[in-house]
Design a protein around this ligand. Structure first.
Ligand SMILES: Nc1ncnc2c1ncn2[C@@H]1O[C@H](COP(=O)(O)OP(=O)(O)OP(=O)(O)O)[C@@H](O)[C@H]1O
Ligand SMILES: [Mg+2]
Length: 400
């Protein structure tokens, strides 16, 4: 049995009627579970509550009053931590519904009326059963790597904005991790000081446990947490592959998205994160050096399989009157579409960074593209579209 997380109940149940309440309570007590909470309500109440607070490790939820249980379960999963296991109970005795719920990731669906013996068996299986420990059964969040082709292209600016939009507007739980332990500015861009401990995790993975990790995570809002460091410049850091992997493993069980702001040099640390990522956001600016290095990074990260999606972002377009490499030249040279083009904006990025804010305005050209990238991450819009990045740029650009 895993230890309860410091600020969350181990097991929560949402049940619609008094009789079920009593049965669930008796069953929980008979299993000697001390850390639990039972709430009168159903799936809608659960969704509302977990939009605002952390989900438990285990959840029992009544879907009887839902007209579209599969849709509501999808919404519920969106606001809960990926590692949570869920038992649904409901009145509909219907095989397609059962299959849908299981396919969505529900551990088991129990048909009402509830019987203690059945509930004990199912709950035991969810909490202590063999299946529970199987790696494949544990749902995990996605690792999103943000890599700059060169220094200063806007990597951290992008990582902080994407992480904030994902958490603030899309209600996802997000961890933003800055792996530049010397110069990283991610915490600074949030106007925060990162808690001490990331270096220890990376160098000494045995130290990682739930309690340590929670101490190291600095909250930005209820769903967004950051990890970073400001190590003395003269000290050499020796991260271990196992440290990075363990960290990502922990985080991906608790967060839907782990956005990693990577230093732009390639080393064991960056390579390990890239290998675990399902999406790579490759940021470049319209300079010759950036074009060359974008190509080099693409061939490196793209080589090892098609599971990873590369989203290319050409940032700071239009800063110079002449000499910039155009998006179409980029596409032609790279033989790859530029997924998103962000115009240079001489007001907003600097102003927002200085105030520790994100680009809240949705209607200006910068705000629009940032949200397009978030949709792309969520799979709402594919980066391979018939319309080129250049066309979209000119359609969206509103000169300030
Ligand atoms: N589209 C943009 N228009 C104008 N300024 C921008 C834009 N994107 C980023 N910037 C500015 O560029 C500067 C560098 O951005 P950022 O720190 O994100 O780059 P980086 O790639 O993370 O740099 P480093 O390599 O040092 O980590 C910041 O001051 C930011 O405000
Ligand atoms: Mg940076």
């Amino acid at each position: 049995m895993g230890a309860a997380k410091a600020d969350q109940p181990y097991l929560m149940a949402f049940v619609e009627d008094k009789n079920d309440y009593n049965i669930v309570q008796d069953v929980i007590k008979s299993l000697n579970i001390a850390n639990y909470e039972i709430i009168k309500g159903g799936i809608k109440e659960a969704i509302d509550i977990f939009k605002l607070q952390r989900s438990p490790q285990y959840l029992i939820v009544d879907v009887s009053k839902s007209d579209l249980p599969a849709t509501d379960v999808t919404r519920l999963f969106e606001v809960c931590e990926p590692g949570m296991l869920m038992l649904a109970v409901g009145i509909r005795n219907d095989v397609p519904l059962y299959r849908d719920l299981i396919k969505l990731g529900v551990h088991e669906y129990v048909i009402k009326p509830l019987f203690s013996e059945i509930l004990v068996r199912t709950l035991k299986n969810m909490l202590f059963g063999e299946e529970k420990g199987k790696e494949s059964q544990i749902k995990k969040g996605k690792i999103i790597s943000v890599i700059g082709s060169r220094g200063g292209v806007g990597n951290t600016f992008l990582a902080t904005n994407l992480a904030t939009i994902l958490s603030h507007e899309k209600s996802r739980r997000v961890a933003a991790v800055d792996l530049d332990l010397h110069y990283g500015a991610l915490a600074l861009y949030f106007d925060k000081t990162a808690a001490y401990g990331l270096r220890e995790i990376l160098e000494d993975p045995e130290r990682i446990d739930q309690v340590f990790l929670e101490r190291v995570l600095t909250p930005v809002n209820t769903r967004l947490f950051i990890l970073g460091s400001e190590e003395p410049l003269e000290e050499r850091i020796q991260p271990k592959v196992e440290g990075v992997n363990t960290l990502l493993d922990y985080l991906s069980q608790q967060f839907h998205y782990v956005v990693v702001d990577l230093p732009h040099h390639m080393n064991t640390l960056t390579k390990t994160v890239i290998e675990s990522s399902s999406v790579i956001i490759l940021v470049c600016d319209p300079s010759v050096g950036s074009l060359r290095d974008t190509g080099r990074i693409m061939s490196l990260v793209g080589l090892e399989g098609s599971v990873r999606r590369i989203i290319t972002v050409l940032n700071k377009v239009g800063a110079y009157a002449t000499g910039e490499i155009s998006p179409s030249d980029f596409e032609e040279t790279l033989k790859h579409k530029i997924s998103h083009v962000i115009p240079f904006d001489n007001v907003l990025p600097m102003a927002c960074i200085n105030k520790g804010e994100f680009i809240e305005e949705k209607e200006n050209s910068l705000g629009i593209v940032l949200r397009d990238i978030v949709d792309d991450i969520l799979g709402i819009q594919k980066s391979e579209e018939p319309e080129s990045g250049l066309d979209r740029f000119f359609k969206k650009i509103k000169l300030r």
